[in-house]
Design a protein around this ligand. Sequence first.
Ligand code: ATP
Ligand code: BTN
Length: 268
Amino acid sequence: MTDMKERILSFLSPEYPWKDRLSVFPELDSTNNRLKALASQGASHGTVLIADRQTGGRGRMGRSFLSPPGVGIYMSILLRPECAPQELMHLTCAVAAAMCRAVERSVGLRPGIKWTNDLVWEKQKFAGILTEMGLNAAGGVDWTIVGIGVNCCQKAEDFPPDIRDRACSLAMAAGREIDRCRVAAAMMESLWEMDASLFTGKEDMLRFYRENCVTIGKDISVVGAGEVRHGRALDVDDEGALVVQFSDSHVEAVNAGEVSIRGMYGYV
Ligand code: ATP
Ligand code: BTN
C-alpha cells in the first residue's frame, strides 16, 4: 500500500495542505470506524484514511457497501468545523457536489446526484457517501467523518446479482480503464476546496447540487417510518432536504435521516 499512497501523493497539487495526514491500509473493517477511533484520540482536521478493501463497509441506515479489493476507493476524511450541528445540515450535499467535481476533473464525466448521497451514471449508482458527526460537551460539533465509496474498475459481471442492475463503476461509465489513484487525489482536492468554502460557498454549492440532482422533477416513492408514499420531487431546500409534493397535493420537505427515495420505475 506504500505504492498506492505514493501514487496518490504524486497526483496532489503542491498546495494541498494535508499531505502529512494521509494513511492507506490494505484492509479495514470500515474507514469510517477506524477514523472515528482516531478522532476520539485527537486526530487532526484533514486526516484521510483509505483502504484497498473493507470487510464491513457501511451505508446509511445499517446497510452495507460492498468494498472488494483492487477496484474501488474507500475513503474517509475527518473535519472539525467549529460550529453548531444545525449549521451542517448541507454537509452531505456539499460532499456530493464535491465528488461530482472530482469525477469530472479526473475522469471527464459529470455524474448525476441521486438525492441525497449517491452518485449515479445513467440510473446506476457508482458511489455513496456516509457522513457521521460527534458533538462536544457544549453541544457543538467535535468531529464529522465523511466516508465515500467509489466503484472504479468493476465490470458489470463483478457485481452480485442483487445489485447488478443498479450498480456501475467509473470504468463502465467511461468505457475505459480508470486510475484509482488519480481519482482518489481528485477527491481529496475537492474535499479540501469544499471545506474551505463550506459556509461562504453554500449558495453556489446548492445551485450546482440542484443542477446535477437527477431526483428533482421525478415521480418518486418515499420509503420510511414503515410506509411508502408517492409524490413528485420538486426541489432541494437550503438545508438539503428534499421538497416533495405528495399525491394528496400537500408539500413537505423530507429529511435524509428519515427516508430513502426510489424512482417509480427503478432505483433512480
Ligand atoms: P438511499 O440513499 O436513498 O437510502 P440506497 O439504497 O442507495 O438509497 P444507501 O444506504 O445509500 O441506500 O446505500 C446502500 C445500498 O447501496 C445497499 O443497500 C446496496 O443496495 C447498494 N450497494 C452496496 N454496495 C454497493 C456498491 N459497491 N455499489 C453500488 N451500490 C452498492
Ligand atoms: C451509501 O451508499 O449509502 C454510502 C456508502 C458509503 C461507503 C463509504 S466507503 C468509505 C466509508 N467507510 C464506510 O464504511 N462507509 C463509507
